[in-house]
Write a protein that binds this ligand. Structure first.
Ligand SMILES: Nc1ncnc2c1ncn2[C@@H]1O[C@H](COP(=O)(O)OP(=O)(O)O)[C@@H](O)[C@H]1O
Ligand SMILES: [Mg+2]
Length: 361
């Protein structure tokens, strides 16, 4: 898919911005603090209906302004969409082709972007919660069944934890909740397993291709169950086994809300052995594998947003990465330096203080 244009009104440091993108490579240059990340963030917002940087939408509204608006025309293989989000201090409105959308799930995923950011490196050190968030985000963008199961699971988990906190426990009701919990967890585990299998099919060859290093990269699924070929029975046993513990601790101690993934290099946990450069290459490979996953699931090419990631790579790795990216996918790349794109076909924009001051428009 292609982002044809975006206009921002009172978004972060932008008062009014209109920008038309090339179908291929777009380079947004500018010094620090001028609005490069803000621009990419607005596109992430259109994709996920939230920022990748902050939880409080209010901060996205330009200082001293009543609301903020992001509008963009998206061209997919067979349809054109005009997406709008209006962010107010107390909430947001979502609009597709002039029709207000009530359910966030009907808006999420129309625009599919993959963001590459220097902050991605935190993924290895973050708590499992952040890795689960990433997996959930990527699967929900392309799979409504998963999104639905995840929402249901979260509601049932809340009910189950509330029940476990009561003085007098209704075990029949607990049985009912366990059954519903398991029903949704089966879908979630199946899809997480499939996601990780598909990622593992490509990640090593991508890593070797962009890094010229024969290391094997693997993502291990740390599931709450052991045998992923017998999910239902495993879950039934799990909840039988932990019942007394859960009653004692007044909380659901195990389930898909405690799962994790582990990145491995040649069979060893990456976090223990990888250099900074290898970590960087692994996260890039993960994102590139994600492109393949999204393509397979949606039959569309996601738009790639690269926020200042090139400056962290040496020339060879930059070339390897750009060579892989150029071509099929539209790319929007921010950078503080411009000279590295010699010989490549791109449209260039320079941003200063929330305005385009140079390049072609
Ligand atoms: N709500 C807001 N209102 C006005 N300016 C904002 C708002 N949020 C962030 N900014 C400004 O945006 C700038 C940072 O933009 P950013 O896109 O992160 O820069 P960079 O070009 O380095 O990626 C800062 O100058 C910051 O003060
Ligand atoms: Mg930035």
């Amino acid at each position: 898919m292609i982002i044809k244009n975006v206009s921002l009104k009172n978004y972060r440091n932008y008062e009014n911005l209109n920008i038309h993108f090339s179908n291929q490579m777009n380079i947004i240059s500018g010094n620090n603090g001028q609005g490069k990340t803000n621009l990419l963030e607005s596109l992430v917002y259109l994709s996920l209906t939230r920022s990748h940087r902050i939880n409080e939408d209010k901060k996205l509204i330009k200082d001293n302004q009543p609301f903020s608006k992001i509008q963009s025309t998206i061209q997919t293989k067979d349809k054109e969409y005009v997406l709008q989000t209006i962010i107010h201090p107390n909430g947001k409105s979502l609009i597709v082709n002039d029709i207000p959308i009530k359910k966030t799930s009907e808006f999420v995923g129309i625009l599919n972007v993959i963001l590459f950011s220097p902050d991605d490196l935190f993924l290895f050190n973050d708590l499992p919660k952040e890795r689960r968030k990433l997996i959930n985000q990527e699967i929900t963008k392309v799979n409504k069944k998963y999104l639905n199961a995840l929402n249901q699971f979260q509601n049932i988990l809340k009910d189950r934890n509330n029940l476990l906190k009561r003085d007098k426990l209704d075990e029949n009701y607990l049985n009912v909740l366990d059954e519903k919990l398991i029903e949704n967890e089966i879908i979630i585990i199946q899809e997480r397993k499939k996601f990780i299998e598909l990622m593992n099919q490509t990640i090593t060859s991508i890593y070797q291709d962009i890094s010229n290093d024969p290391t094997k990269i693997e993502i291990e699924y740390k599931s709450c169950i052991e045998n992923l070929d017998d999910i239902k029975n495993e879950l039934i046993h799990l909840y039988q086994n932990i019942r007394n513990k859960d009653i004692e601790y007044h909380v659901t101690t195990e389930g898909i809300h405690r799962e994790d993934i582990i990145f491995k290099m040649n069979g060893q946990p990456l976090i223990q052995i990888a250099s900074q450069g290898q970590k960087r290459m692994t996260i890039l490979s993960f994102k590139l594998a994600l492109i393949e996953y999204i393509k397979k699931q949606t039959n569309e090419n996601p738009v790639l947003l690269l926020d200042d990631v090139l400056s962290e790579l040496d020339d060879i790795h930059q070339k390897n990465l750009l060579k892989r990216l150029a071509g099929e996918n539209q790319c929007i790349i921010t950078t503080t330096e411009i000279h590295k794109f010699d010989g490549m076909n791109f449209k260039e924009y320079e941003i200063k203080d929330g305005k385009i001051i140079g390049g072609m428009q």
